[in-house]
Design a protein around this ligand. Structure first.
Ligand SMILES: Nc1ncnc2c1ncn2[C@@H]1O[C@H](COP(=O)(O)OP(=O)(O)OP(=O)(O)O)[C@@H](O)[C@H]1O
Ligand SMILES: [Mg+2]
Length: 526
C-alpha cells in the first residue's frame, strides 16, 4: 500500500516534470475582482499545463468559484489577463469559454429541473435533423445515453431531472461537461454530494481524460481527494494566492495550514456524552411506500444519532417523512412520549423539529433575499408583533448568528446568492437554530464546507446536544459519522440494516451494513 503510494507519487512527479516543460494551456495573471463590500480576488496567478489535474483549494469564501467564473466568462475581472495556449484572449461569456474548449461544472447545480436528462446535456448544442432548423431527437437521446453510460449511470434520459437524486443530478452535470469536447474542464466541487462509489467512477474518467491530454481544475474541500487525483495544488486564502505546489511535495497538514493560516486542532473531538436519559423523539414502524420501510428507533435528549447508508437507501426520505414533507403511509411518531400527527412541515416546526435539508438551493434558502431575512425567516411571525417587523430584534438575532457560526458576509443586507457555498450552508443552519428546536435533523450538514468551518459546525452540534437537543445527522462521509455521532443507524433499501455504538464501530461495519452484506448481523435491537 505504502509502496504503491510512493511509486504513484514518483511517477506523478516525473509526469509533472515533463508537463512543466510544455507551454501552459492556461495562464491567468494578476486577476483581481471586487464585489460591493468584498475584494474577492487580489492579484491572482494561476497556471494550468496540458494534461494535468490542478487542485484549487481554500476556505469557504476564499475566491475559488469567483476565479473560475471569471475564466468561464460569467464575471469579468477588474484587472488581469488571460492567456490561452500562449495567446491573449478575452472571455466575455460562457459561450466564448466553450468556443476555446473550456467546460465548467458549477458548484450549485445548474440543470433545468423540468427538462429531461438528454435535453439538459445537449441544451443549446442539439444535433441537427435532416431538415435545417430541426433537432435529431433520436440521435440526441442516443448520445446522452452513451454519455451517461460512460459514467456507469443507468438513468432514463427522457426523465425530467427533478425526479433524480442530488447525486444523480450531479453526475448528469458531469456527463454534460464531459460531452463537450473540452481542452480544460473546471469542476467546482463535483464530488460534494457523491458517494465513494460514484467518486471512484468520476476519478477513473478524470484519469483517462488526463491521459488524453485534457486538463482539469478540480475544486474540493475533501483534501484526501486532492491527494488521490491531483498533480499540483493552488491554495487561495481570503482572495490572495498563498502558493502552488506539486501535491507529492506537500502533506495534507501543509495544505490545511496554507488554507487556514493557522493550525486546525483535532477535527473530531470525542465529547463526554451528555446525559441521554429521556427519549425526545420516537419513531415506530414508520413507512412511506417502499422508500421507508418499517423503521423504528428512539432518539434521546442530547444525543447525536448518525444515519449512514448509500445514496438511495432512504435516509433523506426518512427525514422528510418525520418532518412532514411527505406523508407517512404507516407507523407513528412520538415527541416526548406524546403521539404527534405531522402531515405538513409547519406542524413539525411547531412541535419543535428542525430540518436542514440536503439541497439548500431548492429547499433551504431564499437566494434573492438578504442574510438577515433568511436567518429570521422561520421566526418572522414572532418578530412581527403586533403588526410591524421589529427590525432591532432582527438585527440583533442576525448579528448573533453571524458571530456564532462565523458567517463571512460583508453585511446583514448581503443577498444570500452572493455568499460562498459554505457560508450559504451556515445561513441555513442559523435559520433553524433561531427556532430553538427540540429535535434537529441535519441532512449532509457539512457538504461543501471547508475544514475550519466543519470543525465549527461539529462544535456547534456538540453545544446543542449539551443543551439537550436531540440531533439526527445524515451523512455519507463515514469518518464524519463515526467521529461526530454517539450512535449510528445504517439504512439499506429503506430499512434499518444496523445499529452501532460510534465509539466501537468501524468504517467496515458501516459499509457492510450499508451494502446489505451483513444484514441483521451487528444489529442490536433498540
Ligand atoms: N456575485 C457576488 N456578489 C457579491 N459578492 C460575491 C459574489 N460572488 C462572490 N462573492 C463574494 O466573493 C468571495 C469569494 O466567494 P467564492 O464564491 O468565490 O468563494 P469560494 O472559494 O468558492 O467558497 P466556497 O468554498 O464556499 O464555495 C466571498 O466573500 C463571496 O461572498
Ligand atoms: Mg465556491
Amino acid at each position: 500500500m505504502r509502496l504503491c503510494g510512493c511509486v504513484g507519487a514518483c511517477t506523478a512527479f516525473f509526469m509533472y516534470k515533463s508537463r512543466m516543460d510544455q507551454t501552459p494551456l492556461l495562464q491567468m495573471q494578476g486577476i483581481s475582482k471586487s464585489f460591493p463590500g468584498v475584494q474577492a480576488l487580489k492579484d491572482i496567478d494561476l497556471t494550468v499545463y496540458p494534461g494535468e489535474i490542478l487542485a484549487l483549494v481554500g476556505e469557504n469564501g476564499a475566491g475559488k468559484s469567483t476565479l473560475m467564473k471569471i475564466l468561464n466568462g460569467v464575471y469579468s475581472a477588474d484587472e488581469g489577463a488571460i492567456t490561452w495556449q500562449g495567446q491573449p484572449v478575452a472571455i466575455h461569456s460562457p459561450h466564448d469559454a466553450q468556443a476555446l474548449g473550456i467546460s465548467m461544472i458549477h458548484q450549485e447545480l445548474a440543470l433545468i429541473p423540468y427538462l429531461d436528462a438528454g435535453k439538459n446535456i445537449y441544451l443549446g448544442r442539439e444535433p441537427q435533423g435532416a431538415i435545417p432548423g430541426t433537432v435529431h431527437w433520436r440521435k440526441l437521446y442516443q448520445q446522452a445515453q452513451a454519455d451517461l453510460a460512460e459514467l456507469d449511470l443507468k438513468l432514463n434520459v427522457r426523465t425530467p431531472v427533478r425526479f433524480f437524486s442530488i447525486a444523480q443530478q450531479q453526475m448528469i452535470e458531469v456527463a454534460k461537461a464531459l460531452s463537450i469536447d473540452a481542452r480544460l474542464i473546471v469542476m467546482d466541487e463535483p464530488t460534494s454530494s457523491l458517494t465513494d462509489r460514484e467518486v471512484d467512477t468520476l476519478f477513473s474518467r478524470m484519469r483517462s481524460l488526463r491521459e488524453r491530454g485534457v486538463s482539469i481544475v478540480f475544486i474540493s474541500h475533501r483534501l484526501e481527494e486532492v491527494r488521490a487525483i491531483c498533480d499540483r495544488v493552488t491554495v487561495l486564502r481570503d482572495g490572495i494566492l498563498v502558493g502552488t505546489h506539486p501535491v507529492a511535495e506537500v502533506t495534507t497538514e501543509d495544505i490545511i495550514r496554507m488554507m487556514v493560516g493557522r493550525e486546525v486542532g483535532q477535527m473530531y473531538e470525542r465529547r463526554n456524552r451528555a446525559a441521554t436519559d429521556g427519549v425526545v423523539l420516537e419513531v415506530r414502524n414508520l413507512s412511506r411506500g417502499d422508500r421507508v420501510r418499517d423503521v423504528s428507533f428512539a432518539l434521546r435528549r442530547g444525543e447525536i444519532l448518525g444515519v449512514a447508508g448509500l445514496v438511495g437507501a432512504g435516509r433523506t426520505e426518512l427525514a422528510e417523512t418525520i418532518f412532514g414533507a411527505h406523508p407517512a403511509t404507516g407507523g407513528e411518531i412520538l415527541l416526548e412520549g406524546e403521539p404527534v400527527h405531522i402531515r405538513r412541515p409547519q406542524q413539525a416546526i411547531r412541535s419543535g423539529i428542525g430540518f436542514v435539508p440536503e439541497d439548500r438551493k431548492r429547499q433551504g434558502l431564499f437566494l434573492g433575499m438578504s442574510v438577515a431575512a433568511n436567518v429570521v425567516m422561520a421566526i418572522l411571525r414572532r418578530l412581527t408583533r403586533p403588526v410591524l417587523i421589529r427590525w432591532p430584534r432582527v438585527e440583533a438575532i442576525t448579528r448573533e448568528s453571524i458571530q456564532r457560526l462565523d458567517i463571512r458576509t460583508p453585511s446583514q443586507a448581503q443577498r444570500v446568492r452572493n455568499l460562498s457555498g459554505g457560508n450559504q450552508q451556515k445561513v441555513v443552519i442559523a435559520k433553524w437554530l433561531t427556532l430553538d428546536p427540540r429535535v434537529l435533523i441535519l441532512d449532509e450538514p457539512t457538504r461543501g464546507i471547508d475544514v475550519g468551518a466543519k470543525a465549527e459546525i461539529y462544535r456547534l452540534m456538540h453545544q446543542l446536544a449539551e443543551r439537550g437537543v436531540g440531533i439526527i445527522m445524515i451523512s455519507s462521509e463515514l469518518p464524519e459519522v463515526l467521529g461526530v455521532s454517539d450512535r449510528i443507524l445504517v439504512m439499506h433499501e429503506g430499512r434499518l440494516a444496523g445499529e452501532f455504538d460510534a465509539r466501537t464501530a468501524t468504517q467496515n461495519d458501516l459499509m457492510n451494513a450499508a451494502t446489505g452484506t451483513t444484514l441483521n448481523k451487528g444489529m442490536n435491537p433498540a
